[in-house]
Design a protein around this ligand. Structure first.
Ligand code: BMA
Length: 862
């Protein structure tokens, strides 16, 4: 197979305009307008308003290319688009070739007869997505779309490009992924599907007399209940390969898409090379359908083990003439992966299970990293996903209102041990399943399932975001048309499962998030399936409300905050830097968003009188809110098996639920996450004035004062630890203390007994706690017994100095939420936003120049 990228010489213009301007492919209309100085930064102030109408027009792209000699020698030549956003008419050498109407698909067209010697012209007209949806809505309005623009559900384009409660309305158009010519000699590899079979070693007690080990293993040995070492248990992994190849005769006939290719070679001849993680190569030359890997190295999620990857290379052989016709090379991880659903005392469990071990999911929901999606590249994605890994994530959920991420996203997740919960791209909309729509989405599913299914990190496929929940709503605000209910069932409970049965039968499928398994059976049930919980934030309940909830798997809960001042500065002028200004509200898309920040502020902190303190306080509230949730869920490990935070990232600089802002700056919650998602984590369930408050800002008259510690171990090995706690006054002086040695079994949460603290003065006293393993502190924190605004903090004197690659941070009394920033706010520290008990801490500088340091703590919020 010969591949030629068509990425040079592109030009673009608005349809009807005289002159072309230079263009970049992959790229987009907005990006080209921006590069050519035709528009200003669409994220600056309210530039979105000027940018949006430009997409009401059509644009055309053109380039010329030569066909290299080797392509002429091929039996078929395909023109391939890895991604076109969205409505395009394609012309080759002046003649119409085809239309496209789905951003999520891969498009291929057979073009050899249309190519010519010398120059060939490729021209693509991109039709306006906004005109399309407006027209389609006017002709036939469809009910039920939450956040975007009217008519949007009719177009297979990332929904959030039309605006969301964190996204601007910038529905760009473009050729956002590579365009290439593909020359096929006699046949090409259409796909390779690899199924894995893991066999367990049998212990002597379970052996049956008269049978060999392998006979017994083949009979599926009973799962052992006791936690043993799965690496030791494993005899071998069998890779079952299904290799499909398409002959040129079939390719020549098509002028449709890749998946119209239903004619395939019945018995292709190929060779397989398997490279293990240490670089040893084994060659299997006889078109094997099975490969046995003895002594397999297992792939584990972050925190549970390492991520060894095997490279599988399949070469399609030319039997008559010798040589290689086509190559398929991907990395895979040896692991089993499913969701555990077992009936139990509470209902039914819902937990990721990898290599037979159920683990607690810790992570966040991932949205497109840029409204201008063509700007998202591997380097930027790596930076974000490494942040996730560093903050101890083991899961990311790709939310259904964006687009299916690029291959490099999944490659990175494979490397970093981030299990991907992958939604199909449907979110908060009602869809009408016309024949054309059904055909279109079916092709979309096949393209993406085939592209993504081999990844070690792929944890599960999920039908949609929140549609089962919304359609079930008794008030029927979403949908009154019963036909659309049956369309719903058909899409998520028939069509997708059918596609997966054929193309990816080993990956777990879940019909919606949240769901209990489908059929409109109480989708947000606390006792089964996954839960989206919004009573904290949207519903205005205090953080402590999380403690009344025992979800089996929380796949969305969140709290907003403002991005860093340096980030705010990129889209504002000094006069805009007030929470309620026109520009700050333009960069806040949740109804009453900034008001909600202040409503919680009223409960939590004193009134912050400068803008940077508003930002700081908002970030601390978000961090505390998420800490309340995650620590509670982890303390109830077993009953609850997941805390996935809404949302990980942003697509532009905005006030939102994101943990990392558009530029990759960590908000306070990321440093908190590094602590509350840590595999070894000590948390404290305190009771006090604040936890007794029934509602925001109501001072209770009666309340208990107590603590109850819990030590979590989310690793595969037993840990010996020592747990310490101290009751202190505001100067950090110790009034009472205790310590305790413990052995924490693998994958466990271990409560200590409750300690009443009647002597504690809620305004003057607090509790500090820490856990040590191997002589090092592995987890620490402090809790108050009242809202921080009531606590009588002493004014701390905090000194920070630089010693080599460390900061030495010292405080003379209790200091809470100590934030250290440098001039450019690009310092990444080992820890930040931490509490100091009148002590000195050494904190590693991971990146950034420690120049122009500033230090704040909760005392400064006033
Ligand atoms: C969730 C998501 C998003 C939304 C978020 C915040 O339910 O699925 O649709 O942005 O809430 O409101």
């Amino acid at each position: 197979m010969v591949q030629l990228r068509i990425d040079q010489g592109w030009q673009m213009r608005e349809c009807g305009a005289e002159a072309y301007m230079s263009a970049q492919v992959p790229g987009s209309v907005y990006l080209d307008l921006l590069k050519n100085g035709r528009i200003e930064d669409p994220f600056y102030r309210d530039n979105e308003l000027k940018t949006l109408p430009l997409i009401d027009r059509d644009y055309e792209y053109r380039t010329v290319f030569q066909v290299p000699a080797e392509l002429w020698e091929c039996g078929a030549v395909l023109l391939r688009f890895d991604g076109i956003d969205t409505l395009a008419a394609i012309y080759l050498n002046g003649a119409y070739l085809a239309d496209t109407d789905n951003m999520h698909r891969i498009w291929e067209f057979s073009v050899k007869e249309r190519l010519q010697e010398g120059e060939n012209e490729l021209r693509i007209v991109l039709h306006s997505p906004t005109q399309f949806i407006a027209k389609s809505y006017a002709e036939d309005p469809i009910e039920g779309d939450a956040n975007g623009m009217k008519g949007m559900p009719r177009l297979r384009k990332a929904h959030c490009m039309f605006g969301w409660d964190w996204a601007p309305r910038l529905p760009d158009a473009g050729i956002f992924r590579p365009v290439s010519l593909i020359g096929v000699k006699q046949a090409r590899l259409d796909s390779v599907y690899i199924a894995q079979k893991h066999e367990k070693q049998l212990s002597d007690e379970t052996r049956q007399p008269g049978k060999t080990r392998s006979q017994e293993a083949a009979q599926n040995a009973p799962e052992k209940e006791v936690l043993s070492d799965p690496e030791q248990d494993l005899v071998r992994v069998t890779l079952e390969l299904t290799v499909k190849a398409t002959p040129v005769s079939a390719l020549c006939g098509v002028c449709g898409t890749a998946n119209d290719l239903n004619e395939s070679l019945t018995a292709p001849s190929y060779r397989v090379m398997l490279t293990d993680p240490d670089g040893n190569v084994r060659v299997y030359g006889d078109s094997p359908s099975k490969i046995v890997v003895e002594e397999p190295q297992l792939w584990w999620p972050n925190g549970l083990g390492s991520q060894p990857l095997y490279t599988v290379r399949v070469e399609l052989l030319d039997e008559e003439n010798g040589g290689v016709l086509d190559v398929w090379e991907r990395r895979i991880g040896l692991r089993t992966m499913t969701m555990q659903r077992k009936k139990d005392a509470y209902g039914e469990s819902f937990a990721h299970e990898v290599n037979g071990r159920a683990f607690f999911a810790m992570g966040a929901d991932y949205i497109p990293m840029d409204s201008l999606v063509a700007r998202v590249d591997e380097a930027r994605t790596r930076k974000f996903l490494e942040s996730a890994r560093d903050a101890h994530f083991n899961v990311v959920r790709v939310w259904g209102g964006g687009y299916y991420p690029d291959d490099f996203f999944f490659d990175l997740c494979d490397e970093l041990g981030l299990v991907v919960w992958q939604d199909f791209m449907f979110a908060c909309c009602v869809y009408e399943l016309t024949e054309a729509f059904e055909k279109n989405i079916t092709e979309e599913f096949i393209d993406n399932v085939k592209r993504i299914r081999h990844h070690a990190s792929l944890g599960l496929w999920c039908g949609n975001n929140e549609m089962e929940l919304f359609l079930r709503d008794e008030r029927q605000v979403w949908c009154k048309n019963p036909l659309l209910f049956s369309d719903y069932i058909k899409m998520y409970e028939y069509i997708i499962p059918k596609v997966l049965k054929t193309y990816d039968p080993q990956t777990f499928y879940w019909p919606a998030s949240p769901s209990c398994g489908g059929g409109f059976d109480n989708p947000n049930d606390e006792n089964r399936g996954d839960v989206h919980y919004w009573k904290v934030w949207h519903g205005g309940l205090p953080f402590a409300a999380y403690r009344k909830l025992f979800p089996r798997y929380m796949s969305e809960f969140g709290f907003e905050s403002l991005p860093a001042l340096k980030t705010v500065e990129t889209f504002t002028e000094p006069e805009d830097r007030n929470l309620f200004s026109y520009v700050m509200e333009k960069h806040q898309r949740c109804a009453f968003g900034n008001g909600t920040v202040m409503r919680y502020m009223e409960q939590t902190f004193l009134y912050p009188t400068d803008f940077d303190m508003v930002i700081y306080a908002s970030q601390l509230m978000q961090a505390e809110a998420m800490r309340y949730g995650v620590e509670h869920f982890r303390r109830n490990r077993g009953r609850c098996m997941g805390g996935v935070i809404w949302q990980f990232n942003d697509c532009w600089p905005v006030a939102s639920w994101a943990m990392v802002d558009y530029f990759g700056r960590w908000k306070a919650v990321m440093y908190y996450a590094k602590r509350f998602f840590a595999p070894l984590m000590l948390s404290c369930e305190e009771e006090g004035m604040h936890t007794a408050a029934p509602n925001l800002n109501v001072q209770p008259f009666e309340y208990e004062k107590s603590i109850r510690l819990c030590a979590a171990n989310e690793t595969l090995s037993e840990k010996n630890v020592t747990v310490f706690w101290e009751l202190r006054d505001a100067s950090a002086k110790i009034l009472r203390s205790e310590s305790r040695e413990m052995t924490l079994p693998p994958l466990s949460a271990n409560w200590l007994e409750k300690t009443e603290l009647p002597e504690a003065d809620v305004f003057e006293h607090y509790v500090s706690y820490r856990m040590e393993a191997d002589g090092e502190v592995c987890s620490r924190g402090t809790v108050l017994f009242c809202f921080p605004k009531y606590f009588r903090f002493r004014k701390p004197e905090i000194r920070v100095s630089v010693e080599g690659d460390e900061l030495v941070v010292a405080s003379d009394c209790y200091a809470k939420g100590v934030r250290i920033l440098n001039e450019n706010d690009d310092l990444r520290l080992e820890d930040n936003y931490f509490d100091l008990n009148g002590e000195t801490r050494r904190v590693k500088i991971l990146s950034g120049d420690p120049a122009g340091l500033t230090v704040k703590s909760v005392y400064d919020i006033r």
